[in-house]
Ligand binder design. Structure first.
Ligand code: 13P
Length: 252
């Protein structure tokens, strides 16, 4: 059985004092033993804080994006090795906010995924359809194209080292969640695409759901066969909510 992963995506929130307090509360509650894998994906300036406060705890950390380039004249960008310098384990790649607001297309997301893997990071590859794409019946086509663009660049061994996150764009930050059945249908479709590459690896790949996952809906979402955890935005900013979602990951 796949171990669940609950990952917080803090997005561009908080400040030094608040983020440090949040990490402190999480460590105090979780310590070294956790019912699932746990991670926080933080703005790059707070990676050192994570290293300071989370080393030797059950909580891993990571970035929210990385450059497709190795190094050089790319003002404002953060490289894969800068993330690993601070012992990041994960990096979110291809989040819909970056696709929509920073023009990231499937090809760039695929390059970033490879860059992350080559640096030893675990990429959390995000896919998801907009409301109009869903209403046009194109959900599987859209998320399939997004995932296949990444798979096309991977070496066979990479497949065991990626996490996939299904985040319907219309559910992010809106309070609208995909129903467990709706999400499960897409997750199963994504796993089928992964299985077309390598059935054994596909069975072990963690596929997260993201989009208004909260303490009150997390349990039923994570009870679905192909939902292996959550990528949590707003609810990851309050320790009580994030901890409740972590608690909801057990007993499946
Ligand atoms: P919300 O949980 O705030 O809807 O955000 C989800 C998300 O985008 C996580 O990456």
């Amino acid at each position: 059985m796949r171990r669940k992963l609950v990952a917080g995506n803090w997005k561009m929130n908080g400040n030094l004092a608040a983020n440090s307090a949040l990490l402190y509360e999480l460590v105090a509650a979780i310590g070294h033993a956790a019912p699932c894998d746990i991670a926080v994906c933080v703005p790059a300036p707070y990676l050192a804080l994570c290293q300071q406060q989370l080393t030797n705890t059950a909580i891993a950390w990571g970035g929210q994006d990385l450059s497709a380039h190795e190094a050089g004249a790319y003002t404002g960008e953060v490289s894969a090795t800068m993330l690993t310098d601070f012992r990041s384990h994960y990096v979110v790649v291809g989040h819909s906010e970056r696709r929509a607001m920073h023009g990231e297309n499937n090809a760039l997301v695929a390059q970033k995924t490879v860059r992350a893997l080559r640096a030893g990071l675990v990429p959390i590859v995000c896919v998801g359809e907009t409301l109009s794409e869903r209403e046009a019946g194109r959900t599987m086509q859209v998320v399939g194209d997004q995932l296949n663009a990444v798979l096309a660049l991977l070496e066979p061994a990479d497949l065991t080292r990626i996490v996939v996150a299904y985040e319907p764009v219309w559910a992010i930050g809106t309070g609208k969640t995909a129903t467990p059945d709706m999400a499960q249908e897409v997750h199963a479709g994504l796993r089928q695409l992964l299985a077309a590459q390598d059935a054994l690896a596909a069975a072990g790949i963690c596929i997260l759901y993201g989009g208004s996952m909260k303490p009150d809906n997390a349990r039923e979402l994570m009870a679905m066969a192909d939902i292996d955890g959550g990528l949590i935005g707003g609810a990851a900013l309050k320790s009580a909510d994030f901890l409740a979602i972590i608690a909801a990951s057990s007993n499946h």
